[in-house]
Design a protein around this ligand. Structure first.
Ligand SMILES: Cc1cc2nc3c(=O)[nH]c(=O)nc-3n(C[C@H](O)[C@H](O)[C@H](O)COP(=O)(O)OP(=O)(O)OC[C@H]3O[C@@H](n4cnc5c(N)ncnc54)[C@H](O)[C@@H]3O)c2cc1C
Ligand SMILES: NC(=O)c1ccc[n+]([C@@H]2O[C@H](COP(=O)([O-])OP(=O)(O)OC[C@H]3O[C@@H](n4cnc5c(N)ncnc54)[C@H](OP(=O)(O)O)[C@@H]3O)[C@@H](O)[C@H]2O)c1
Length: 632
């Protein structure tokens, strides 16, 4: 058979398993080149790996000793050489379509689904993607958090899928319901739920080293089944698992008990004595809404204050005079954004620009931090009508930005109402009908609202077992440490959205999710095109990232003197949630694969078998321009 008879039907033990026609390659670059034929090498079962002790560029070490039928290992000049038979397919051909399992259909999982279909359409020939979603609908955070007052704390126009900005947002900060509605509409428009299996919960995940794949056990309607994939993508969220707080006696309370992340809408909260435990972003949004209900008496029980500030001037951004802190967009605004996408683009750019510039505010002692803190203290005092007692209690003394700053619309003003009370103390216990604080005060209540946050340990709620039986929950028991938030040693081919130290602390997370998805796609292309069996970050790279990142964190407000979930609900201790630097630094860092930080195992004992027959796919199409690189 002639060498150039490509694709070959059957050639030297290489069997075409799944011939399909792909869309034309985007360009001649090898990285993006798309094969027209998928070939499964039924005989090759050897692997090669690069590890920290070898020269990754030139040496391949046999990982499991199994070699291709036709291969031989020779010793020449002290080096091991892996001889494998030529495969008669173009270089960089995809030899196996990667099976990807994505866990979760919130913003992260849906963003990834969109990327691989529309922004990188060639991925349709490289991967299959199945998204398992435990809940009955898409939306994640915005499906689940339906408590009164829930809304985003970054401008809606930048809290939207970058591929489908929404000209129709009602307000500067949208309600949770509107965000969920937007997500559902966008999913429908782009058919993003094509590969989503709802009501299907991932209950355990095991790496199978011998097969180079994950076994994923899922449960749907009480029935368990096994699924398999080369790649697992965790898009399961970082503020997803809520728990009742560990307060003695909470279980004995006989009144109505509700958590912010699992709001009970069937209960009538009016005419009740309500205690709200917690003043994070959730509690801050809930309080004014419950205070406005008929005849409620609301007690905020908190262990310390939170910074509340709204400094963005929505009117100025729209070229109008003062519109207040959360104005509605007029029909005229929406019409402009609908009919003139460039106007919307420029508006979104302006918002994102100001958010990125504001990162300096998170540098301890910076002029921006001091200025914003003074501004916030002044604004808070004004909203508290300069009440000395309230100001002393509710305006923090620790650094602005230490924990999530929120616009907190209507929150501070509520404390001026006769039906709203403040108690700053830890809770000793909850009895059948009361809350007792550590100073012995007893507060009889009908309702306890736990706005007490989430399990922020990053530990998976179910077994995730990697190489050599390593459990992710055990590995992250003390400190969750990741590679740039996206991966973890011992967990091959396991990619994470919003893992430990992700860009969750400033601005809108959504753009960051988009960059993360692009990064994952780069890896998936490399894995498929270069016949790679598995990749995982080196422990040494993670150690360096964590150690140096901690030094950067010392300069940032997230290590300030507050308790926050950014530090796993500690006052001191490592920052585990936020990225050690700006969003733009993160973007820069993950725009490259940085292969030197990773261990790579190949499917063949010879890592260069992906060179195939010595040709690129591109040049085999005679209609292609073979001198595209000649620019002058
Ligand atoms: C009340 C609230 C308000 C917020 N407001 C903002 C904001 O204004 N701006 C901002 O930037 N960020 C905000 N956040 C953070 C928000 O979580 C993220 O912006 C974003 O929604 C995260 O999307 P995600 O897809 O990564 O995770 P999620 O939205 O949490 O989605 C994860 C999905 O994975 C599914 N899942 C989990 N485990 C499994 C399993 N074992 N099997 C199958 N499926 C599983 C879940 O059911 C869920 O649907 C807010 C968070 C909360 C809680
Ligand atoms: N768009 C938005 O505006 C918005 C809304 C909601 C949530 N979010 C996101 O979700 C994150 C989490 O917000 P969250 O408010 O749900 O949780 P959170 O910020 O972790 O706040 C939890 C609150 O509960 C208190 N608490 C916890 N356990 C307690 C206990 N045993 N006894 C007494 N108090 C207890 C905490 O007190 P201490 O402070 O003393 O620890 C804290 O005030 C936010 O930071 C933000 O990223 C955003």
């Amino acid at each position: 058979m002639a060498l150039l008879d490509v694709p070959a039907a059957v050639n030297d033990g290489v069997v075409i398993k799944e011939p399909i026609t792909s869309p034309p390659p985007i360009g001649p670059g090898a990285f993006d080149s798309v094969p027209t034929t998928f070939i499964h090498d039924s005989k090759t079962n050897g692997t090669a790996s690069s590890d920290e002790s070898t020269d990754g560029a030139t040496l391949a070490t046999s990982a499991n000793g199994l070699l291709d039928d036709h291969s031989e290992t020779t010793k020449k000049t002290g080096h091991t050489r892996h001889v494998v038979p030529l495969i008669n397919i173009p270089g960089y051909s995809v030899q196996r379509k990667l099976r990807v399992i994505t866990i979760g259909a919130g913003f992260s999982g849906l963003m990834f689904a969109h990327k691989i279909r529309y922004e990188h359409p060639e991925m349709q020939n490289i991967v299959t993607n199945t998204i398992f979603e435990a809940r009955s609908d898409v939306g994640g955070t915005w499906l689940v958090n339906t408590y009164p007052g829930v809304q985003c704390d970054v401008p809606s126009h930048i809290y939207a899928f970058p591929f489908d900005p929404n000209p129709d947002w009602d307000r500067f900060y949208s309600s949770g319901a509107e965000i969920h509605e937007y997500m559902v509409k966008t999913v429908k428009k782009w058919d993003l739920d094509r590969d989503v299996q709802l009501n299907t919960k991932v209950i355990s995940v095991f790496w199978q080293q011998d097969l180079g794949q994950w076994k994923v056990i899922v449960e749907c309607n009480g029935v368990q089944r096994d699924e398999y994939a080369e790649i697992v993508i965790s898009a399961q969220g970082f503020l997803n698992a809520w728990n009742w707080p560990d307060i003695p006696g909470l279980g004995k309370f006989r009144g109505h008990k509700v958590h912010s992340a699992n709001w009970d809408h069937s209960y009538d909260y009016s005419k009740k004595r309500i205690a709200i435990i917690g003043n994070g972003s959730s509690g801050i949004q809930i309080l004014p809404k419950l205070a406005q209900l008929e005849d409620t008496d609301v007690l905020s029980i908190q262990r310390g204050p939170s910074w509340i500030v709204a400094r963005m001037d929505p009117g100025k951004l729209l070229g109008k005079s003062d519109l207040g802190s959360n104005p509605e967009y007029t029909e005229e605004d929406k019409k402009l954004f609908r009919e003139n996408p460039e106007a919307l683009h420029q508006y979104r750019k302006k918002l994102i620009d100001s958010v990125n510039k504001a990162f300096k505010m998170f540098v301890k002692g910076s002029p921006e931090n001091i200025d914003n803190q003074e501004f916030a203290a002044q604004q808070m005092a004004e909203k508290l009508n300069y009440d000395p007692e309230l100001c002393a209690k509710l305006i923090p003394t620790w650094e602005l930005g230490c924990r999530r700053v929120t616009p907190g619309s209507g929150y501070l003003e509520s404390f001026l109402l006769p039906n709203v009370h403040l108690k700053q103390a830890s809770i000793k216990e909850i009895t059948e009908a009361s809350i007792v604080t550590v100073d012995g005060e007893v507060y009889p209540v009908d309702v306890v609202v736990c706005a007490t946050g989430f399990d922020v340990s990053h530990r998976p709620q179910y077994p995730v077992i990697g190489r050599d039986g390593v459990s992710l929950a055990a590995k992250w028991a003390d400190e969750p440490e990741s590679y740039l938030s996206v991966a973890c040693p011992d967990f091959p081919n396991y990619f994470i959205f919003t893992g430990p130290n992700a860009v969750v602390g400033h601005g809108s997370l959504i753009e960051g999710l988009s960059w993360t998805a692009d990064y994952m796609i780069k890896w998936l292309k490399k894995i498929a095109n270069e016949d790679i069996r598995s990749v995982e970050p080196k422990q040494s790279a993670v150690d360096d990232f964590v150690t140096y990142g901690d030094e950067i964190h010392k300069t940032l407000t997230w290590t300030g003197q507050c308790r926050s979930w950014y530090k796993k609900n500690r006052v001191d201790g490592r920052v585990t949630a936020t990225f050690p630097g700006s969003a733009l630094l993160y973007k820069r860092m993950i725009s490259d694969i940085r292969g030197e930080d990773w261990n790579i195992e190949y499917n063949s004992p010879n890592r260069f078998r992906f060179m195939g027959n010595g040709f690129t796919e591109y040049e085999l199409d005679e209609s292609n321009d073979l001198s595209w690189y000649v620019s002058k």
